[in-house]
Design a protein around this ligand. Structure first.
Ligand SMILES: Cc1ncc(COP(=O)(O)O)c(C=O)c1O
Length: 467
């Protein structure tokens, strides 16, 4: 099926030579009470391009849970990534976008029976497991499912440890595979997740080495696994890099899985979307409180808080940092004094604290603060507690991102679907020959194609693109 993403109709701001920072003032509307989330589509496209450059063998399957904003999903679908879904609603959502089910992995080791049935009905065949009870469920409702064993290998230093809840320990692996065999189920591969926001790139090397041992064990039981899933955990904030992660992963793949017959995927969430979203909040009210040393301390109340866009403070161990913009920034440049400031969200609850203490110039009601790296694990876990609605989302896109062309014909798209890494060896075809986006961009820039491209209002469709 041909994919067409119709997101431009929602209205978007095209960036020519400007950066997102240059245009934030256009969104600081004093007549508006809600916060504003700016989604820079170009940032996400660059992330996918960079991934393919750094880890060409590892196909990204975006972790939908991280940010299921419809434009995020549509653009990624058009870019040809796969998807990691954790529930029947997520699977249905992605299939409804027109994504071929062969580009979806059901990557949750604990699955309600009805969700397994839904996967079967949708044609999503590949799913993870890490415990025996799961195998009996699969046996009863989807006995031909392609099973991927999630093993445990934790980074010591990560933002969110997942190993305490998921992943088979070394001593559990052999009995689990024996049960798979006894039940006559279909074992196809190994996955792991070292922890979200992993700060130890070298752990991927160790995890891939352990996965090799499981492949060998499965071979000895008569299975021929063909899928390795290196999970998520990659950093995505501005100024971070996946270079070190790629170094360890590429090296481990070369050493332990030199044969291309083993397909390699990953489930990045944070990496893809974190830096693409910036939040603008305004000051709804302020209070001045005295400190013991007579220096005043400020309390500010914003139009967004931990029940809204800042819920990652509670759920994702996030520590957002405010950036002063507008009038207050101009004042700051003049070396005016900074005051100890505490920042609260808008609700009636005192758990709604965004910043305990930060040195800031004095802000006035109606002034705005900018918060970067707000794209990961923010929007999906938001509530409307107390009736506060959350941010208005606006799209911005650098001009060169608009230059994406329809370079895959229907035949190419069909081939791309058939080439999903989740398909076993026999079902694979050669990847279609597709010009790289890099060349496309260079060509566009050199030839000043600007005049030839129908921009802004006229462009409503971004066609399928493999980059
Ligand atoms: C199974 C699974 N895969 C992928 C991810 C995405 O991880 P990250 O955002 O760290 O890349 C998660 C996050 O919780 C997960 O549970």
């Amino acid at each position: 099926m041909r994919l067409e993403t119709k997101f431009f109709e929602e209205g978007l701001r095209i960036l020519h030579d400007e950066s997102v920072d240059d245009v934030v003032s256009e969104y600081m509307d004093s007549a508006q009470d809600e916060s504003v989330m700016l989604f820079n589509i170009g940032d996400m496209v660059q992330k996918v391009k960079n991934w393919k450059l750094k880890m060409p063998r590892v196909k990204p399957f975006y972790a939908v849970k991280c940010n299921p904003n419809p434009t995020v999903l549509k653009v990624l679908a058009a870019l040809g990534t796969g998807f990691d879904c954790a529930s029947k609603a997520e699977m249905r959502n992605i299939v409804d976008l027109g994504v071929n089910p062969s580009r979806i992995i059901y990557a949750h080791t604990v699955k309600p029976k009805s969700h397994i049935k839904e996967a079967a009905a949708l044609g999503i065949n590949t799913m993870t497991f890490d415990n025996e009870s799961e195998l009996y469920k699969v046996k009863s409702v989807f006995p031909t499912a392609r099973l991927v064993l999630r093993i445990r290998c934790d980074a010591k230093d990560s933002q969110c440890n997942l190993g305490m809840k998921f992943g088979a320990n070394p001593e559990e692996i052999e009995p689990l595979l024996a049960t798979v065999k006894a039940l006559g189920l279909n074992f196809v591969g190994v996955s792991f997740h070292v922890g979200s926001g992993c700060r130890e790139p070298h752990i991927y090397y160790e995890a891939i080495q352990r996965a090799r041992d499981v492949f060998d064990l499965a071979n000895s039981l008569g299975y021929s696994p063909y899928l390795l899933d290196v999970g998520g955990g990659f950093p995505g904030n501005l100024g971070t890099s996946i270079d070190e992660y790629a170094k360890y992963i590429n090296r481990a793949l070369q050493e332990f899985f030199p044969d291309d017959d083993v397909h390699v995927i990953a489930e990045p969430g944070r990496y893809i979307v974190a830096s693409a979203f910036s939040l603008l909040t305004s000051v709804t009210a302020k209070r001045e409180v005295e400190k013991k040393d007579q220096r005043k301390k400020m309390m500010y109340y914003l139009n967004d808080g931990v029940y809204g866009s800042f819920n990652g403070i509670l759920f994702d161990h996030q520590t957002p940092k405010p950036i002063v913009i507008g009038n207050a920034l101009d004042e700051k440049k003049k070396n005016i004094p900074l005051f100890e400031s505490q920042i609260w969200g808008p609700t009636c609850d005192s758990v709604d604290e965004v910043i305990k203490t930060e040195m800031l110039p004095e802000l006035n009601v109606g002034e705005w603060l900018l918060w970067r790296d707000m794209g990961a694990y923010t929007l999906p876990s938001m509530t409307t507690f107390n009736g506060f609605p959350g941010p208005n989302i606006h799209l911005v896109v650098p001009y060169h991102t608009l230059l994406l062309e329809d370079i895959l014909n229907d035949k190419g798209q069909a081939a791309l679907d058939k080439c999903s890494p989740l398909e076993p060896k026999g079902n694979q075809c050669d990847y279609p020959k597709i010009p790289s986006t890099r060349n496309l961009f260079e060509k566009d820039q050199d030839c000043h194609l600007m005049d030839q491209v129908k921009i802004a209002a006229n462009i409503t469709t971004l066609r399928v693109l493999e980059i």
